[in-house]
Design a protein around this ligand. Structure first.
Ligand code: TXA
Ligand code: MG
Length: 341
């Protein structure tokens, strides 16, 4: 398949929107990561997304709308908490899981009776949705198992020849995927942490927001043999089906060092020297703050893969606020290979 490259200018975005409306696949920028979009209400189109990514079909997709008013096309459900969260964080990096209307096909929700909905703030994304005149189902625009794409070049590397088009825009503002929050229970529950943190939601809702308990667990066994494999163990069944798969993995082996700053630096330097003596190419990941870490982490993994790095040594961030969300990705990237020092 020939993959057309579109600019992010309105006339080009309108052309790309026609491709979506006709049942095609377009990779496009959002403020979190690039998405791979299809008409969410067209089961054939959505089916092609799974194939292009090599994605397990029980993994539901987030449906993107350009404006809050489009939410009622997808669900009859609306609560006071949803109104508060939408007013505070939409358009933006927050996905709400709500009961779906029948119009949303099974392939889009991976057979679940709920649907994840997000109104992105990125103008190119909003225009693409608006001009296509349909809600757009879009997972991250990477091959399944790879780090999420935060630049157009990442999409070009993964998806050329597999999709109809790619909209070439700048790097994503935030760099990690949206916060996914389940709104169907008594209290909202975060299924995937992101830039909109538990604390930020609690501040506007003035009530407790729960974390899916599996977010606090580290599986002992992690099956590393290829893509899309399940994390072993019955006690590891996250509510967001996508969270159970091997994810964000660089080609290189990766070790996370956790502990007091000086000790971590010392341990990383020691490990680096040892590995280099053994002829390995080593990449190091250190971040000064968690927003920068979110912005750069996936791109850094891809960069080290390009450089054929054999071993990545990363410093753990404080698991607080956005740091908690970045560490959720970092642990998966490293297959939970953690050294406490
Ligand atoms: O920032 C983002 O959310 C990006 C951009 C493109 O919008 N999209 C994204 O999609 O990260 P994806 O498919 O890579 O991740 C979607 C996550 C998965 O973990 C999936 O299981 C969960 O959201 N999810 C989607 N719908 C759900 C539902 N109805 N119930 C529970 N989890 C759901
Ligand atoms: Mg993804």
């Amino acid at each position: 398949m020939e993959t057309r490259i579109f600019t992010d200018q309105v006339e080009d975005v309108k052309e790309a929107a026609k491709v979506i409306a006709a049942g095609g696949l377009i990779a496009f920028p959002t403020e979190t990561v690039y998405g791979l979009g299809a008409n969410a209400l067209d089961d054939k189109a959505v089916g092609k997304v799974y194939a292009a990514k090599g994605r397990p079909s029980d993994n539901p997709m987030i449906v993107h709308i350009w404006d809050k008013s489009q939410l009622s096309d997808l669900t009859d459900f609306i609560t006071e908490d949803m109104n508060i969260l939408m007013d505070a964080f939409w358009p933006g990096p927050m996905t709400m899981v709500v009961p779906r209307k029948e119009i949303v096909p099974d392939v889009t929700t991976g057979g679940l009776d709920t649907v994840g909905v997000r109104c992105p703030s990125n103008e190119v994304a909003r225009n693409l949705i608006k001009y296509s005149r349909v809600p757009i189902a879009a997972p991250s625009a990477n091959l399944s198992g790879k780090p999420s794409p935060t630049t157009a070049d990442h999409c070009i590397d993964d998806l050329t020849g597999r999709v109809d088009g790619i909209i070439k825009s700048g790097p994503c503002e935030f760099g990690i995927e949206s916060t996914v929050v389940d709104m169907t229970g008594e209290k909202p529950m975060i299924l995937r942490p992101g830039m909109i943190t538990k604390e930020m939601m609690e501040l506007v809702l003035k009530k407790e927001v729960l974390l899916d308990p599996t977010l606090l667990k580290r599986p002992d066994i992690f099956n590393n043999e290829g893509e899309g494999l399940l994390v072993a163990g019955d006690d590891f069944k996250p509510k967001a089906p996508g969270m159970k798969y091997k994810h964000y993995a660089p080609e290189a082996e990766m070790i996370i060092f956790s502990g007091q700053k000086e000790k971590v630096i010392e341990a990383i330097n020691k490990e680096k020297l040892l590995a280099e003596k053994a002829g390995k190419k080593v990449g190091v990941i250190l971040y000064e703050d968690s927003a920068l870490a979110a912005h750069d982490f996936f791109a850094q993994l891809r960069e080290y893969d390009k450089q054929d790095v054999d071993l990545i040594l990363a410093e753990a961030l404080e698991e607080e606020g956005v740091g908690f969300s970045v560490m959720n990705r970092m642990f998966k990237s490293a297959g939970y290979n953690i050294k406490e020092v």
